[in-house]
Design a protein around this ligand. Structure first.
Ligand SMILES: [Zn+2]
Length: 295
């Protein structure tokens, strides 16, 4: 039983005790008291037993228990609303706060500033495919999307643009440059014990978000033209991420072919990454870099 003074304090009445009213509130029968199908007699007996005497507060009859319950509920609702707002805010901010780049300007990428020349036919067709995938993500479909092609054709730009559109739907999104992720992990392992960027940090981040971009997969293995595969450590981390995202969509960008992916990573990992996936393959699109070096 709550102390009456506590109740009154809780509902903001701190001056001298109000007077008792003559009426009772009959709303407070504990759940365990009545049988499953109570008779009217049983109900009224319980009501008499657990009635709460009302009080006179500024001329009104008030049940102190009801006032207290309402106040508790109001505070709970307020707290849960606050929590909801802050967790939505946090989700929205994941992209800015926790993405991992080598080139920070990628954060500015949107569909609006993805500019194509009139003669970039392939890129134009592929843009439609990306927008189609975005639409399906918005509808809740789950699949992995691969953007494949040489450096500079705009894969990272487009994938970031997708995340920008998705995060307004109260989804958490993060963009991870794979090579940079491993660089930070090694730094945390060997150089800076204080660094937050541990293996566990990245695995947790990459598995918990609704949408993940793993940007430039394969760059972390060094020269792709050698037969050098990913190290056991890198494979293990990627496997943990991919296994943790089996019911979530991941966007990969890479300049590897699927054959190279299979030879570079262990079969199970490659299988998981390529399962339930669609690929958009840039074959003819010139990189921005090449365009600028044409003369
Ligand atoms: Zn009451």
């Amino acid at each position: 039983m709550l102390d009456m003074n506590e109740i009154l304090k809780k509902v903001g009445i701190t001056r001298e005790l109000p007077q008792w009213a003559s009426n009772y509130c009959y709303e407070h029968i504990p759940g365990y008291v009545l049988p499953e199908e109570p008779t009217e007699a049983e109900i009224s007996a319980a009501q008499e037993k657990f009635r709460v005497q009302m009080m006179l507060v500024e001329g009104n009859e008030v049940c102190p228990r009801c006032a207290c319950d309402n106040e508790t509920k109001r505070l709970e609702d307020e707290a849960s609303e606050r929590y909801k707002r802050s967790s939505e805010h946090e989700k929205y901010n994941t992209l800015e706060k926790q993405s991992v780049f080598q080139d920070e300007t990628i954060m500015d990428a949107t569909f609006e500033n993805y500019v194509l020349d009139a003669n970039q036919h392939e890129a134009r067709v592929h843009l439609q495919k990306v927008l189609q995938a975005l639409e399906e993500y918005k509808q809740g479909r789950q699949f992995n999307l691969w953007l494949v092609g040489n450096v500079g054709v705009g894969k990272s730009h487009l994938s970031m643009s997708v995340l920008k559109e998705l995060r307004s739907l109260s989804t958490s999104c993060v963009f991870i440059d794979v090579d940079e992720m491993f660089r930070r992990m090694f730094h945390a392992m060997y150089k800076d014990q204080e660094s937050p960027y541990t293996e566990a940090y990245f695995i947790e981040l990459a598995t918990k978000v609704d949408f993940l971009i793993l940007d430039d997969l394969g760059a972390e293995t060094g020269n792709i033209n050698t037969d050098k595969g990913a190290s056991d450590f890198k494979s293990r981390v990627l496997r943990a991420i991919v296994n943790g995202r089996q019911n979530k969509s991941t966007i990969f960008t890479t300049n590897l072919t699927s054959k190279q992916i299979i030879s570079m990573y262990d079969a199970k990992l490659a299988d998981r990454m390529l399962k339930n996936a669609r690929a958009i393959n840039y074959v003819d699109t010139l990189s921005y870099r090449t365009k600028n070096n044409m003369f």
